[in-house]
Ligand binder design. Sequence first.
Ligand SMILES: Cc1ncc(COP(=O)(O)O)c(C=O)c1O
Length: 442
Amino acid sequence: MASTQGYVGFGSFFVERSVEDMVSDDTYEPPPPQIQPEDDPLAAADTELGVVCRQLFLIDFENWTFINHGAFGGVCRPAYAEAAAWREHCERQPLLFLDRQLFPQMVRVMREIASFMHARPQDLVFLPNATTGLNVAIQSAQLQPGDALYMLNIGYGSVKKMAAAASSQAEVVYGDVSFPISGPDEIVRLVERTMPSNTKMAVFDAVTSNTALVLPIQQLVQLCKSRGILVLVDAAHALGQLEVNLGSLDADFYVTNCHKWLAGPRGSAVFWAHPRVQHTVRPLVVSHGSGHGFTSDFIWDGCRDYAPYLGVSAALRMWQQLGPERCRTYMHNLVCQAANLLASAWRTTTLAPLHMCASMALVELPFKQAAAGAELQDPGEPANSTNAKHVQEVLHQNFRIECPVKCIQGCLYVRISACIYNTLHDYEKLMEAIFKIGGRAS
Ligand SMILES: Cc1ncc(COP(=O)(O)O)c(C=O)c1O
């Protein structure tokens, strides 16, 4: 690969057009894929959602009750197979693939994902994970002394570190969300009140990680734009869990994982930047394409494995075949049903009203410090994260249930995820396990 001089954009000596050129020309037709894309016959509009869909994933459902898709996702079989086919294809003739076939195929998949997100392919690039995209976006703000970066206290832990690292001379201001919460308007009012006038960039999660809230992103983006503030949406959880429509969202930056709810191959994420800010964006890794435009800047950051990005195509086909809206409805209804079941069995509550959730929800545990098989200890004492970790560990070790436990405002909660392979029975097992851990018969 080498940068070509004489035209704008980066390409190989052996592909006549640059990626910049190919990706922005609607009349360009990428060649068909050099591998044989194969669809799983199960991925069809009439496939029943639930247990049948377990065959579409690699997760070991025989041995685990898996209600934690929200943590690291889980690749679907068609995407895993397609990425593997691309990896093998590359190794059969690396020069043929990397020098001549890769970029047109990347353009094809960029178009597919762009269409799924209602975006233009020239405004997005693939990156290995949301973390990389978030770093790029935050660094592009180039915070100066006197600037503030604003985010909510329920924002993602590593983003707080990125904000601190990027703002050594600026300040990071947090809006404090506390529970109980009545609805999304409360978040908008909090931001209106607490986002300082010197805010240069605000970061909001589409879905928060620890607290599983769907934030009112549309209103928050509008608020920032009305005040001339750059807005970055950390949508690590969005793709596959929420409908993503970048055409109607006026954000500056949007970062989403493909390897989480989209069930794409691990190591795939999308970084999108509005055309008005693309000139401010620099890749973390400088390589051949740097300086040739937005797509070129990111498409080649040294030789590596492109199979995860190319495999996203199969994940998209799977969702299209199953019906993305049908799947989202199934997952949301299931998580609501499960949360209500658990809260009523345990005589507790959900962290937030369920209309603020998509496919994840938090339900309070009926104890604060349970040791396995022990009676409740000091029920009046606030719980801490060690207590949470302990319960999660017992669920994992003793019950083979994969479900995170969170400590929020001194109380313990399970964060349940509902994916298309889950059924209510998974949460009934969790219900019984928690009764046992708490030392109470159901
Ligand atoms: C809100 C949020 N942001 C960012 C990330 C980081 O994603 P990744 O580890 O895939 O980069 C996560 C991961 O779960 C997340 O929940």
